[in-house]
Design a protein around this ligand. Structure first.
Ligand code: ADP
Ligand code: SF4
Length: 691
């Protein structure tokens, strides 16, 4: 280990327990609920195994009045839940780490759609009532004093269950719009009793939660307070620098640990496209000056130098990691073993958080094994040895090809990757050069760094392979990873394909990637709806083109609401003067005039544009695969056992799909029995919970 990093491995006392080092896998949504107790135990276990000294659950509801459905959430309501969580604590303890549980009451930020209990709130004010996904018609009830007592009792009961389940650290949650947070903010809390008014009064509910939890389990468990400080820091205080300073001062030494963060998902879990590593620091930098208790915070930290600097400068005691611990559960071990160059760094794409929004267990662009540790027995560092001497020929060196090659090589296969262009990396070579996306190059950097060190790997660039080449090379396994191409297809408002948009001045992202700069006034028309349309508009505007953006969706880059990018996409386009036409269909382009129709009314306007960039449908580049299929006999007599497609060549998707597809191919090589376990809830105590 680099001796400069030794301080990252110091023990830190947390109330009655001792953290073995400063690496803290903080609470984060994983989409894993009581429906998947073994999946989540294996997911958290892997982090402990990889050296995270503390490993936390995500939000765990204390009572049916904290019910986030249809979003996935965990519970600790009864005996079954204790047994279910005990699988996780046992798994974490196996590796000597501490297990933390983020007990949570959602207050007015949940709709209790399943339990049908009116949501709890300090003053009846809903949280983000217009936010899609949280939108609902039931407004929250105003908590009376009995309700306050009840919520505190539910926290206490849940804390006792957590203790029984084996947790070492128990949270009180006062962040991200949830109940504790609502009490802290004057906009949500307009109470006139002792729980509202002054800052001191507004902290009372959170203080009582902490005190009651401490009384209940504080002898054996550390008590952590998770709190959002962004809004409070922006508010004036009479005697302190801000209300955040005041709140932290009032509760300074009450919890055993401060877990400090931002207020909303886009600022807290910012995509790298818009938020740099360590972006929370200006909000949370004061906390350690006010409290004598340890502080954990996050910031997509992947560089050990940055981590050490955070500790040396007195910002944090623990290096909190949500995304870095997902992308590489073995990040701490790699630093400890002097292998920091092998860290699979998070790229900040936020596909992980999109899984929660999708309501499914977590997935990650960089780490294809995430969520599959138990289900498919995929370990991020352990690879089953090759079961044959087959040589693997991979055609195409994009994310899918590189991941397939790396995983097959790690299993011990002899791997050849042939890439047509002068650089390995496929679509990343262009996309990572676009505004804000340079961290995405880590997908290829991580893989190439590993591949180049392996004796059983041959990498070729400027090697476009034909069917003849494939037959000559006589590898037993052929993998077609040739990617996909953007088309000029259009759709009607009923999502019926309309055929291609013709014209010399109609371009696709592939044309822009090849260096074409559309001339004159340019319209980017986007019905792909992920990042590329928005970022290409940004790119062209930055090159000095006059650009407008149109989409049939209600927002620019509409799907990026799933990855926390959408507000910033709009801000970036606005800052560059790119006009945005939403709910708009492109219906024609002739003689420098584009017909744009309102998607609902059909009302059409003709607007002058010289060029159109169409970001719509991508289709696999299947030429080589089809030729192989047509030449089955020659393929067989060349000794080729299989020809398979992976990544965009099988189905065009996001980078996460390509990496996963490549990984899956290599894991399954020569395997007759492909594990795919189905998890079931722990119900040994029978169903039933009286509320
Ligand atoms: P994916 O995301 O599935 O990895 P990419 O489009 O990023 O797909 O990468 C596909 C790669 O395949 C590109 O780098 C492209 O240059 C390469 N490629 C396509 N056809 C051939 C071929 N016949 N021989 C070698 N490389 C090819
Ligand atoms: Fe990082 Fe993207 Fe993986 Fe999330 S999905 S952990 S942001 S690489």
């Amino acid at each position: 280990m680099n001796p400069g990093y030794a301080m990252l491995f110091e023990e830190v006392k947390l109330g009655p327990v001792m953290a073995p080092n400063r690496f803290y896998a903080v609470p984060h949504a994983s989409g894993m609920t009581e429906a998947n107790p073994r999946v989540r135990a294996a997911f958290r276990k892997t982090k402990a195994e990889g050296g995270w000294g503390v490993v936390s659950t995500g939000a765990v509801s204390t009572h049916p009045s904290s019910d986030d459905s249809p979003l996935p959430f965990a519970r600790l309501w009864d005996e079954n839940d204790i047994r279910s969580h005990a699988l996780t604590t046992d798994a974490i303890h196996e590796h000597g780490s501490l297990a933390a549980i983020e007990l949570w009451h959602g207050g007015a930020a949940v709709m209790n759609r399943t339990s049908r209990i009116p949501p709890y709130s300090p003053s009846g004010i809903p949280w983000q009532a217009t936010h899609v996904g949280f939108m609902g018609q039931l407004r929250p009830r105003i908590m009376d004093k009995n309700d306050i007592k009840d919520v505190i009792q539910w926290q206490v009961d849940a804390a006792k269950r957590a203790q029984q389940a084996g947790f070492d650290i128990v949270y009180i949650y006062a962040g991200m719009g949830y109940l504790g947070y609502e009490f802290l903010l004057e906009e949500y809390n307009v109470r006139t009793d002792q729980y509202g008014g002054s800052v001191d009064n507004r902290t009372r509910f959170v203080r009582e939660l902490i005190e009651a939890t401490k009384d209940a389990v504080g002898e054996t468990c550390a008590i952590a307070l998770r709190i959002s400080l962004e809004e409070l820091r922006a508010r004036k205080s009479e005697h302190y620098e801000s209300q955040a300073h005041e709140v932290v001062s009032i509760m300074a030494d009450l919890p055993d640990l401060w877990d400090v963060k931002m207020d909303s998902s886009p600022t807290d879990c910012g995509a790298s496209r818009f938020k740099a590593e360590g972006s929370h620091e200006p909000v949370i930098d004061f906390v350690k000056k006010v409290t004598g208790k340890p502080v954990v915070g996050v910031g997509r930290f992947t560089s050990p130098d940055t981590m050490v600097s955070q500790i040396k400068r007195g910002i944090l005691d623990f290096i909190g990691g949500a995304r870095p611990s997902i992308a590489d559960p073995f990040l701490p071990s790699k630093i400890k073993e002097g292998r920091e160059l092998e860290i699979r760094e998070c790229i900040g794409c936020n596909i992980c958080i999109s899984s929660w929004h999708d309501g499914v267990p977590i997935r990650c662009t960089q780490n294809p094994t995430v969520g599959e540790e138990w289900r498919k027995n995929w370990h991020p560092q352990i690879f089953e040895p090759a079961e044959s001497d087959d040589q693997i020929l991979i055609i195409g060196g994009g994310p899918a090809g590189l991941e397939a090659g790396l995983t097959a090589a790690r299993r011990g296969y002899q791997v050849t990757i042939a890439e047509r262009s002068s650089e390995l990396g496929g679509r990343l070579n262009f996309e990572a050069s676009l505004p804000g996306l340079n961290a995405w190059a880590r997908i290829k950097d991580y893989r190439l760094y590993a591949l180049k060190k392996m004796d059983n790997v041959s990498l070729y660039t400027e090697s476009e392979l034909s069917l003849e080449n494939i037959l000559e090379l006589q590898h037993q396994r052929v993998v077609i990873a040739t990617g996909a191409r953007w088309t000029r297809a259009l759709y009607s408002s009923l999502e019926i394909p309309l055929g291609a948009l013709a014209g010399a001045e109609v371009y696709t992202p592939d044309d822009i990637a090849e260096g074409i700069i559309p001339q004159g006034k340019t319209l980017v028309y986007d019905f792909d709806n992920y990042y590329l349309g928005g970022v290409l508009a940004e790119h062209l505007a930055k090159l000095g083109s006059s650009v407008e953006y149109a989409t049939p969706a209600g927002h620019a880059s509409a799907w990026t609401i799933m990855t926390n990018e959408q507000p910033y996409v709009h801000q970036a386009l606005y800052a560059l003067g790119v006009a945005i036409h939403t709910q708009t269909l492109l219906t024609g382009f002739e003689q420098s005039s584009v017909s744009l129709a309102n998607i609902f009314t059909g009302h059409t306007s003709a607007i002058d544009f010289n060029s159109v960039v169409l970001v719509g449908l991508r289709l696999p580049d299947n030429k080589l695969y089809d030729q192989n299929m047509d030449a089955k006999e020659s393929v067989k007599s060349a000794g080729i056992k299989s020809v398979e497609r992976i990544g965009d060549a099988i189905a065009a998707g996001a980078l996460v799909h390509a990496v996963y597809s490549g990984h899956q191919y290599a894991r399954n090589l020569d395997k007759a029995n492909r594990t795919y376990l189905r998890d079931v809830p722990v119900v040994s105590n029978g169903p039933g919970l009286a509320i």
